[in-house]
Each structure stands twice: as C-alpha cells, then as structure tokens.
Design a protein around this ligand. Structure first.
Ligand code: PXG
Length: 472
C-alpha cells in the first residue's frame, strides 16, 4: 500500500496507524476512536489530507516550514549532496564542506557577538548541548558550583530529559521525575494573563525583576545561565513588553550570568529579523536554533556560540566530551544553505518586518472586536489571542469547558490549522504568506470564531448565562 493514499484507503491507514504508530504528545485511546487525519501532500501555505481536503496551514507544520512547502531547490540540494557525500561525521578531526559553509553563514547572520556554531539534529538536543556547554564553561573558569539554570514557567525547550526540565510545562514535569536537578523556574512575562491593567512597560520591568529575585534566592555564585524564548511559542505565544529583554540583559550582565535565547521558533525570520533577540533588544551568549534553519525539510538544530563562551572553551576548555552522530550532517547542512538562499533571495525576513508582519498586526487588531477575542497580539508572523467569556470584565472561561479545543475543532472542520494552548489560539504561518492569503486566513479565523460563539451560545455558555451557572 502506498502512503499517497486514495480516499478509500484512509480508514485502512488509520487502522494501521493506531495499531503500530505511537505518536508524540498523544492520547492514543481517543485518537484510535476517531482516527488520525492522514496528510498526503503540501504546497506553499497549504496541506492536503487523504480525503482531498485543502487546509491552510497557519502553523507552518510545527512552527518550522518558514519558506513554505514545495520548494524544489531544497529537494535538489539534498539529492545532490546525497550523491556526493551522504554522510560523514565531524568527530575525529574531520569536517565537511556544507557544515563549514553553514557555520560561517549562520555566524554572519547572528552578528559580531558570535564566532562558532555547534550542530545537532533538533531543538531538544541543542538545549542539552547548552546545559553541557554552560556548565563546562564555568567549570573551565574554576567555578564548577555555577550549575543552576533559571528558566520560566510554560517555557518549551524540548522533550528530552534536559529539554523538558528546562521547559516549564507542568504536564511534562509530572511524567518521568522532572525537572533534573539544578534547574529552577520563574513566572513568564504574560501581561494579559497576569496583570492586564498594569502599564505594559512597567510590567515588563517587574517581570524581569523576578529573575533578579531568583538569582539572589539561589545565590549569584551558583547561577550558570538564564534561558528564555524571545517570544514564548508553545506556551501560548507570550509576547513580552518591549522593556523585558533589555532588563533581563541588564540583570544577567550585573551578575555575570550567561544568557541563552532559545531561538528554535523565533530564529530564521519568524519575528522579522534573523534572530528574535535582534528584534527584542538583547545579546545572548548562546542561541538555540532548529526548525526554520531547514524549514523543517530535514532535521537540523544547533547552538550559535558567542565569542565570550567560544574563547574560553577553545582556549582553555580542552576536550568538550559531547556531540552527536549527526552533528554537522552534510545533507541537512546543504538543505539549510538552500533554505537560507530562499530567505535571502526572496527578502522574506524584511518582508515579515515591513510588510506581512505589520499587515497581520492590523488584521489581528481588527479581530480584537470579536466578542470572544481578548488580548490579540502579534510579533512578526506569530500571533495569538485569548478566548474570553466576558472580555470587558476580563473573565476567562472555566478551564473544564475546553473552549480552546472547541475553537480548534471548528478550525479543523473548516480547513484551517490553528493551535489552541488552553484558551489561547495561536498561529505562525509560513513566511511566504502573502497579504491576500493573510486576508483568506483571517476570514477563516472569523468563521471559526463565529462557529465557536454559536456553539457556546447554544449551550447557554456565553455572557450572563455562564455567570449564572457558575454561581448556582
Ligand atoms: N525550543 C523551542 C522554543 C521549541 O519550540 C524545541 C526547543 C524542541 O525542538 P525539537 O526539535 O526537539 O522538537 C521547540 C519545539 C507545540 C510544540 O506544541 C512545539 C515544539 C515541539 C512540539 C510541540 O507547539 N517546539
């Protein structure tokens, strides 16, 4: 049976899927009951399922297909490289041309502060690398007790033991005895959720001050690094006030602790700059990347290493006993080079900054007039809003109603991929999206919001009805 399946084969694929394929982050009992949607092809910003349904992929796969689907030059780059040198490692004093070229190119995009790149195959692995690297850095400098890494609630830094520990997802910590030692968390800078009436800039400074509080609580001489996503992605697209990151930088500098920005989502143009930190006003010592570096066409990740860290590791660190079979994989690096070619030639990063990003911001501001929509906000081509039961009085829905899921199901049924994180609805469309396609996407979002509103009203769950129900 081929996977380019005809409609009649869908139920067969679903049966085999549920018999043999264990999916990530999935409740298999409920999936088996309805059957997985089988995605068979893709082009531009659209994917198709095995029933022939065309779906607007407003999540770029899983925040990664930055140049959109169907880019032939990426396929050609992979095929050519596979024929020439499909694999070789970089362990035993060897290297390969695509990895060298890509390291040089990423350092240039990152800017003056950086000199090296360490490659992995995913964001999770890269964050494992970060932990090993910062602890080795401090040990090399004669301060091995500087081990603690400070992260944030609801952060997402991957799903390995270290990645999930750095992350701040309660559901992940609850399984497998996490977090591992010496990782602590502070609250996220979620203005709309935590302090909607407070001045935004003042809140940004206050949220950053939680880092200083934690450093003092742990002891500055024990803190190795702070890690954060410039804009939190999987945690619900939390866009910090503009005062936040410069203040985080100031605090890290004050105590000499390393700053790690996890750019797995924000990197490679998502926010309108090559890296999110370039937009939001900080200069991390280490930057995690993955996803957009190859637009998801092939797995690749890594860490951009700042001069401060690289100098110590290279001049004094000796052997860094760490690396992966696929570090600097020639095929993945060749695809990344072709991907960066497209981003550059089509001017996609500037387009996000100057054209599609501002246009999306304007459209999301308009969405804010919908009765369900609270706190609509965008940054480049990530955007989110909260579904609110009574937005005038800032009353959220009861969590047990799973209103986000309700809305997401309407999206699914109407040919739109939009994610729900609790009651926050989030998008991150491919960077090739045009203004006309943004209009189409907004029209679909509105349709799904109206359908959600109707469903809520039909259950008497809007406005005063719900308040009455809660009081009863
Ligand atoms: N850091 C960040 C900021 C991420 O978003 C990772 C690290 C881990 O990357 P890998 O390649 O190991 O998956 C990610 C991944 C979601 C979702 O629910 C988001 C991610 C992965 C899975 C689900 O939005 N981001």
């Amino acid at each position: 049976m081929t996977l380019n399946t005809a409609t009649s084969n869908t139920s067969n694929i679903q049966a085999i899927d549920s018999a043999h394929y264990m999916h990530p982050f999935t409740d298999h009992k409920s999936l088996a009951a309805k059957g997985a949607r089988v995605i068979t092809k893709a082009d531009g910003i659209y994917i198709w399922d095995s029933q022939g349904e065309k779906i607007l992929d407003a999540m770029s796969g899983l925040w990664c297909v930055n140049v959109g689907y169907g880019q032939k030059s990426l396929v050609e780059a992979a095929a050519t490289q596979m024929q020439e040198l499909p694999y070789y490692n970089s362990f035993f004093q060897t290297t390969n041309v695509p990895a060298v070229k890509l390291a040089e190119r990423i350092v240039k995009l990152a800017g003056d502060n950086y000199s090296h790149v360490f490659f992995s195959s995913s964001g999770s692995e890269s964050n494992d690398t970060n932990i090993r690297m910062v602890r080795h850095y401090w040990a090399t400098l004669g301060q091995p007790e500087r081990k603690v890494i400070i992260s944030r609630n609801n952060a997402y830094h991957g799903s390995t033991m270290a990645g999930a520990s750095l992350g701040g997802m309660g559901g992940m910590h609850a399984q497998g005895g996490l977090p591992i030692p010496d990782i602590v968390h502070i609250e996220q800078p979620y203005h709309y959720g935590l302090a909607p009436t407070e001045d935004k800039d003042a809140f940004g400074i206050r949220a950053a001050s939680w880092l200083e509080d934690k450093i003092l609580e742990v002891g500055a001489d024990k803190v190795a690094a702070f890690i954060g996503e410039p804009v939190q992605g999987a945690g619900g697209v939390i866009i910090p006030p503009k005062t936040y990151w410069p203040e985080i930088q100031r605090i890290c500098d004050k105590y000499g602790i390393l700053l790690i920005c996890d750019e797995v989502i924000c990197g490679f143009g998502r926010l309108g700059k090559w890296f999110g930190s370039q937009l939001l006003g900080c200069k991390p010592d280490l930057m995690t990347f993955a996803k957009g570096v190859t637009s998801g066409y092939i797995p690749l990740g890594g860490v951009v290493v700042g001069k401060r860290v690289a100098k110590v590791l290279i001049e004094q660190g000796g052997d860094f006993n760490h690396g992966y079979t696929y570090s600097g994989h020639p095929v993945a690096c060749a695809v990344a080079l072709a991907n960066i070619d497209i981003l550059e030639k089509e001017g996609l990063v500037d387009r996000v900054l100057n054209e599609t990003g501002p246009y999306l911001a304007q459209k999301f501001a308009e969405l804010g007039h919908h009765p369900l929509v609270g706190g609509a906000d965008t940054c480049g081509l990530v955007a989110a809003f909260a579904l609110m039961q009574d937005k005038e009085h800032h009353i959220a829905f009861d969590e047990s109603l799973e209103v986000g899921m309700m809305c997401r199901n309407h999206c699914f049924a109407n040919g739109l991929i939009m994610r729900a994180v609790g009651d926050r609805m989030i998008i991150a469309p491919p960077l090739v999206i045009t203004k006309v396609q943004i209009d189409d996407m907004i029209a679909l979002i509105l349709k799904c919001l109206d359908a959600t509103l109707k469903e809520l009203q039909s259950h008497g769950l809007m406005g005063n009805e719900l308040l009455k129900m809660n009081a009863a």
